[in-house]
Write a protein of this length. Structure first.
Length: 285
């Protein structure tokens, strides 16, 4: 009787161990789910918007562009280009666009948006955020993984990875849905002058209807989607208020969030973006 009881217990213990081992093996071999990209634009939507906007008059050099979208956790969800092939844009701008998307998402909040253009002045020598651009280096292994022929395609090797990086000139914008205090990620555009990058990013975000910005440092109207009890005026448009101090020779930004001008046409376009392509639920295109 005792032997029989011991045998039954041993059999039960062995079964439990085998079941646990089987569960562990399945857990180890099952491919983990990818990042949640359900609230940001798909590859097709990003590509369509980028191609449409790049064909417009955006000042600058008229070059083709790269664009990247990240989700709120900084994972790349889509990478696209506007040209016929990946060589039609500056190759270096692919990773820069991802860096801009990461920056705009990383330094924006549910009730306060900062574009990469808003970070330029503060990150210069003696600025309040000096050194910020060195704080989160790009993961070069993830950014430059192959195969190269996949760059800018639906299965770009950056998709599903956190690229990181901090960029402090125009072209990066946070993405906001119509729901109050709902920031869902970031958009980065690169391939032309930094001012044109910002202009194209602004228009693309408008076309994707993810420009419901609750407030920011740039003068102007916000979308009104503020956190209850908190009112933040303005938006995340580029501010061209940098001038040279005649006494010291230093470049000064009146607002503290300024960005250098690029060309006369770009200055005119950027200053009117919030009016021509107003932030909020309805896009202007």
């Amino acid at each position: 009787m005792l032997k029989h009881t011991v045998y039954k217990r041993s059999t039960a213990t062995l079964a439990a161990i085998l079941a646990l081992a089987s569960t562990s093996l399945i857990a180890q071999t099952t491919t983990p789910a990818g990042p949640d990209c359900s609230q940001v634009p798909s590859y097709a939507d990003l590509k369509r918007a980028l191609v449409a906007v790049q064909a417009q008059k955006n000042s600058g050099l008229g070059f083709h562009m790269w664009a990247t979208v990240v989700n709120r956790d900084g994972f790349v969800c889509a990478v696209a280009f506007s040209g016929a092939s990946r060589g039609d844009q500056w190759p270096g701008s692919r990773v820069i666009s991802a860096q801009k998307a990461n920056t705009a998402n990383a330094f924006s909040l549910p009730n306060f948006a900062l574009s990469t253009a808003n970070l330029f002045a503060a990150t210069q020598d003696q600025g309040t955020l000096f050194g910020l651009q060195l704080s989160n280096p790009v993961d070069t292994v993830a950014a430059y993984a192959g195969p190269n022929e996949k760059y800018g395609q639906v299965d770009d090797p950056m998709v599903g990875k956190q690229i990181g990086g901090v960029n402090v000139f125009g072209g990066g914008l946070a993405l906001y849905t119509q729901s109050a205090k709902k920031i869902v990620g970031g958009l980065g555009v690169s391939g032309d002058t930094s001012c044109t990058d910002h202009i194209i990013a602004w228009k693309v975000r408008d076309l994707l209807n993810l420009d419901n910005v609750p407030g920011g440092v740039a003068p102007g109207v916000s979308s009104g989607l503020t956190v209850p009890g908190i009112t933040v005026p303005g938006n995340d448009n580029m501010i061209n208020d940098i001038f040279v101090d005649r006494g010291t020779g230093q470049k000064i930004s009146t607002s503290g969030y300024g960005h250098p001008t690029c060309d006369a046409a770009a200055t005119v376009i950027t200053s009117g973006l919030a009016g021509s392509y107003p932030i909020g639920p309805v896009n202007a295109q």
